[in-house]
Design a protein around this ligand. Structure first.
Ligand code: THU
Length: 131
């Protein structure tokens, strides 16, 4: 799957977002080395802090299916005019498994920028710090 296809797949997840509080849908699609893709959307909760972001939904779906060290690219998309930058908690969760993950971050015009997770979370704290 190429970058454009991954971004468009993430956009299809916006309609699955459960966002009665923020009305800010986010979609994600995580590509693994073997071509498997795990999608995600944000799922909010009346106890606001229990909300899970789209990126973490995709990540925990992947890890729970046995994927850990084969993440290649993650597309993150939103309905916002600005690019839908991953929040700090998502950056940290992703860093655990793939500090050099490629990210495709899109705005509502379906324009996207490509960059690496370690550029968004420099000097990140990861498993190596605990060795
Ligand atoms: N959100 C995500 O899904 N991913 C992010 O990285 C940023 C924020 C969601 C959480 C919440 O449902 C809504 O966007 C507004 O914060």
């Amino acid at each position: 799957m190429n970058d454009h296809e991954l971004v468009e797949l993430a956009f299809t997840m916006l309609e699955r977002s459960y966002v009665p509080y923020s009305h800010f849908p986010v979609g994600a699609a995580l590509l693994c080395k073997d071509g498997t893709v795990f999608t995600g959307c944000n799922v909010e909760n009346a106890a606001y802090g229990s909300t899970i972001c789209a990126e973490r939904t995709a990540l925990v779906k992947a890890v729970s299916e046995g994927h850990r060290d084969d993440f290649v690219t993650l597309a993150v998309v939103g309905n916002s005019t600005d690019y839908c930058w991953p929040c700090g908690a998502c950056r940290q969760m992703l860093y655990e498994f793939a500090p050099e993950l490629r990210l495709l971050v899109a705005n509502r015009a379906h324009e996207f920028v490509a960059l690496q997770l370690c550029d968004l979370l420099p000097h990140g704290f990861g498993p190596k710090a605990l060795e």
